[in-house]
Design a protein around this ligand. Structure first.
Ligand code: IPM
Ligand code: MG
Length: 376
């Protein structure tokens, strides 16, 4: 079958990590008999340089006509001095809002082969793992098109004070909770709602809404944590989590924190979806999604062929699963990544120099994944 993908390589390391993901998709296409068509679009810093705005209207329009959007990264120091509305990150927020992708899935699991890249001790990992293993596997479900990143903001006339607004409607909270419960249903059946309900009124609405939604999923265990405590429990007891559901800003912060547990932020994929995902994808009912690694544009390492492409490659696997309903293909891509790690190939960010590992560049890591796919 033919599938259309909007492709925004973006800025910094974005193009370097997007290229191997495209190669991996093409290798999968050859193997499984699919053709992926890419519409390369302009957004972020490059769009500012070439068109004067971070998100040209044609980009949003064209992306909306594709089945999914694969994205590298956006932003960089060259655009930092621009006013908020003209920064490259605006493009990302505009695409998320414009494509209505309100739920962001960020899986965080420890690859057994990367145990030594995780900074926690065995006993810390094992103490919270239900089976007593030095392992964790949880999913952060982040609300993506509401809250303080989209609320009213401004400055006083003399510029001496500024404000941003955290605002949520019951509907916005309810739909992201439904996605979290659906995900938990396919996992270990636990949802932890993270908020700051001891201080914030918007968080109290999250609690009220989750009390109502949780009643519809009696088979799922619901717990609550304040975000400050959650930040601590992620380090103290990562094995205790299954699905964490939270607001836009808390999810942004906690997912960066959680990524360190896996060894590197360069490994973490994400899927931002315009609906509630069903197991195995939505055959015959495609779900629009934006797929991107959770890391940023990392301008300090751009152009050096050292960035980790696995977060983007794994994001492409999520795209196959959620937007195209290609579960077998998604699993094949994930298995190829696993096999490459098992073989001891490491980009610099996940290398622990103990002799058994081979440090490779961005391109070589991508090529190794493609070779695994061809031979699997
Ligand atoms: C992320 C990023 C973005 C966000 C930035 C670049 C706007 O940090 O995807 O986590 O805050 O959502
Ligand atoms: Mg972030």
């Amino acid at each position: 079958m033919d599938y259309s993908i909007a492709l925004i390589p973006g800025d910094g390391i974005g193009p370097e990590v997007a290229a191997p993901a495209v190669k991996a998709l093409d290798a999968l296409g050859d193997k499984f008999g699919h053709v992926f068509h890419y519409a390369e679009l302009l957004a972020g810093g490059r769009a500012i340089d070439e068109t004067g705005v971070p998100l040209p209207p044609e980009t949003l329009e064209a992306a909306g006509q594709c089945g999914a959007l694969l994205l590298g990264a956006m932003g960089g120091p060259g655009w930092d001095a621009l006013p908020g509305e003209l920064r490259p990150e605006r493009a990302l927020l505009g695409l998320r809002k414009g494509l209505g992708v309100f739920v962001n899935l960020r899986p965080v699991a420890l690859y057994p082969h990367l145990r030594s890249a995780c900074p926690l001790k065995d006993e810390v990992l094992a103490s919270s793992n239900p089976e007593g293993k030095a392992a964790f596997d949880f999913l952060i479900v982040r609300e993506l098109t509401g809250g303080i990143y989209f609320g009213g903001r401004g400055r006083s006339e003399d510029g001496s004070s500024a404000w941003d607004t955290e605002m949520y409607s019951r509907t916005e909270i309810e739909r992201v909770l439904c996605a979290a419960y659906a995900a938990a249903g396919t996992r270990r059946k636990k949802v932890c709602v993270v908020d700051k309900a001891n201080v914030l009124e918007s968080s109290r609405l999250w609690r009220e809404t989750s009390a109502a939604v949780s009643a519809r999923f009696p088979e799922i265990e619901t717990s609550y944590l304040y975000v400050d405590n959650a930040a601590m429990q992620l380090i103290r007891a990562p094995g205790s989590f299954d699905v964490i559901v939270t607001s836009n800003m808390f999810g942004d912060i906690l997912s960066d924190e959680a990524s360190v547990l896996t060894g590197s932020i360069g490994l973490l994929p994400s899927a931002s979806l315009a609906g509630v995902p069903r197991p195995g994808g939505e055959k015959g009912c495609p779900l629009m999604g934006i797929y991107e690694p959770i890391h940023g544009s990392a301008p300090d390492i751009a152009g050096k062929n050292i960035a980790n492409p696995l977060g983007t490659i794994l994001s492409a696997a999520m795209m196959l699963r959620y937007s195209f309903g290609l579960e077998n293909e998604a699993a094949a891509l994930e298995a190829a990544v696993d096999a490459v790690l098992e073989e001891g190939l490491r980009t610099e960010d996940i290398a622990v120099k103990n002799g058994g590992e081979r440090i490779v560049g961005t391109k070589e890591m991508g090529e190794a994944v493609v070779r695994k796919l061809e031979r699997s």
